[in-house]
Design a protein around this ligand. Structure first.
Ligand SMILES: [Zn+2]
Length: 508
């Protein structure tokens, strides 16, 4: 599982190893543990199979997952494909395989391959043949290719953003796989790719156009329609696969075709509603100064949406930190800042030590910037966390050595593994009383909303417009590989939704 930001550094084996890399021999123990490291879809699939298919025999393959990074190193990707193929071929040599589940993201690119998710599905299909059903989950930021829809029998993308239904979508795939294995029937699939990339911050599903279109799609589910997925896509993939995707799985070709066409037509008609509302850094700084000075004002959360590790950001841009520090902001905590050098320095110095800290001393990406400040080491942590709230609740997360550093009025939570601030535990475990803060700076595009909602309702969240690898200001992204014309980068050119691409049901 990987979401590839085309402009972020290459995702290496080392980065996967720091995040989630579980060989086949260790996977079942992880899935049976109280706090699995495996992705939510896989955990949800496994739990539902245990419930719905008692006596089933799970035959594990590899797990390799990074929330988001750059394109995956081709050699490392090939190694993963070979590992999966070896697992499957070994299993097939000793007996039949009845079905295959893949937990994919859908927005990976490799340094050579343009469609790694399609390659994974095609590899599995080639080995197991047409008669074995394949089901897969996709992130709703997946950039779907026709090959992916062709090779799978059943696809289920998340319906929520923040992604709080990953377990449920995995469970849905388990039920679909059981149904396919027992009935011998497979769904027809319909696929529409819209020439439209909605800016990332306009894709929340609680309210607004994207929530509306997903809800509209769900009104078709039942009777002949098994799944309606509306994938907004990942805007920063810079790939020929860019664009919103509608994928429908149904018992009849007509139901799949009609549903996909109607949902796609509604989605395209709604395109002008996806408008980001960002606050300038100058205005955000003024607001932070004010809430720091006046305790009667409600506290604010400043979202650094352009530096979201969950979209390939480095989690270390200094722009908001530098401006707030210079303005003398008080009562503020920044979570979480990726700087293994500073974290190690804080651990070596110990709690209470006074340091002069050079943030990003070894970072080379120009969008990250440099920042130096006097700091006091307030608290240290070994980096083993169990998610408390939000998209990673209940899952084990490793952030390496962590430290809380006080830089005048701003406490900075420094971590050693690049990660987005998707759980309040990252702050709380380092001694931050979130409810007592006057402001937070949170490096995340949107998943933080499912985690920090108990402290910050939507009207106290300020999305700040600063530079970064995950900027939602699309005109600032140096695109080279996306198809054109593409809305909203290009004004309307008279596009209308045509016939969906159809993929006929295989025979069981
Ligand atoms: Zn996503």
């Amino acid at each position: 599982m990987l979401e590839s930001n085309a402009h972020a550094p290459v995702a290496t084996r080392e980065e996967f190893a720091q995040n989630v890399l579980i060989p086949p021999g260790e996977l079942l123990a992880d899935l049976r543990s109280a706090h699995p490291r495996s992705p939510g879809c896989l955990a949800g699939f496994f739990d539902e199979m245990e419930r719905a298919a008692a006596g089933w025999q799970p035959l594990p393959m590899i797990v390799a997952a990074v929330g988001a990074s750059g394109p995956i190193d081709q050699q490392w990707f090939d190694t993963i494909v070979v590992s999966m193929a070896d697992s499957l071929e070994t299993l097939l040599a000793s007996g039949p395989v009845d079905g295959v589940f893949l937990s994919l993201h859908g927005a990976a690119i490799a340094t050579v391959d343009a469609d790694p998710d399609g390659v994974l599905l095609a590899t599995v299909r080639h080995i197991v043949g047409d008669h074995v059903p394949i089901a897969a989950t996709l992130d709703l930021h997946g950039n779907v290719s026709a090959a992916m829809v062709a090779e799978a029998d059943y696809l289920a993308a998340y319906l929520t953003n923040p992604h709080v239904d990953t377990h449920e979508r995995g469970a849905e795939c388990a039920r679909a796989l059981v149904r396919m294995m027992s009935s011998g029937t497979r769904p027809h699939r319909a696929f529409v790719k819209l020439p439209f990339i909605p800016p990332s911050v306009t894709q929340n599903t609680k309210a607004g156009p994207y929530g509306d279109i997903i809800a509209f799609g769900q009104t078709y589910v039942g009777r002949d329609v098994e799944n309606v997925s509306v994938l907004s896509g990942f805007t920063l993939g810079d790939t020929p696969k860019a664009g919103m995707s509608i994928v429908v799985c149904a018992r009849t070709a007509d139901a799949a075709r009609e549903t996909a066409r109607e949902v796609a037509t509604r989605a395209w008609g709604d395109r002008a509603r996806y408008v980001p509302r960002l606050t300038s850094l100058a205005d955000a700084t003024r607001m932070a100064v004010d809430v720091g000075r006046d305790p009667t004002l409600p506290p604010l959360l400043f979202a650094d949406v352009a530096d979201n590790a969950g979209g390939g950001g480095r989690a270390n841009t200094v722009w908001i930190l530098e401006a707030f520090h210079r303005a003398g902001v008080q009562g503020c905590t920044l979570g979480i800042f990726y700087d293994p050098v500073v974290a190690a320095q804080a651990h070596a110095a110990g709690v209470g030590a006074k340091l002069h800290v050079q943030f990003n001393a070894e970072e080379t990406h120009p969008l990250s910037g440099k920042f130096a400040a006097d700091a006091i080491v307030m608290q240290l942590h070994d980096g083993h966390f169990i998610g408390r709230r939000g998209i990673a609740a209940g899952h084990a997360i490793e952030l390496g050595l962590c430290a809380r550093l006080r830089c005048n009025g701003i406490d900075v939570i420094v971590v050693s593994v690049r990660q987005q601030a998707k759980d309040p535990v990252f702050l709380e475990a380092l001694g931050v009383d979130i409810g007592a803060q006057r402001s937070l700076i949170i490096k995340s595009r949107g998943h933080f909303r499912a985690a920090f909602d108990e402290f910050f309702p939507d009207d106290r969240i300020i999305e700040v417009d600063v530079p970064g690898l995950t900027t939602p200001v699309l005109k600032n992204v140096p695109y080279r590989n996306i198809p054109r014309p593409l809305y909203p980068l290009d004004p309307d050119w008279g596009f209308t939704v045509g016939e969906p691409q159809m993929f006929a049901a295989r025979s069981g």
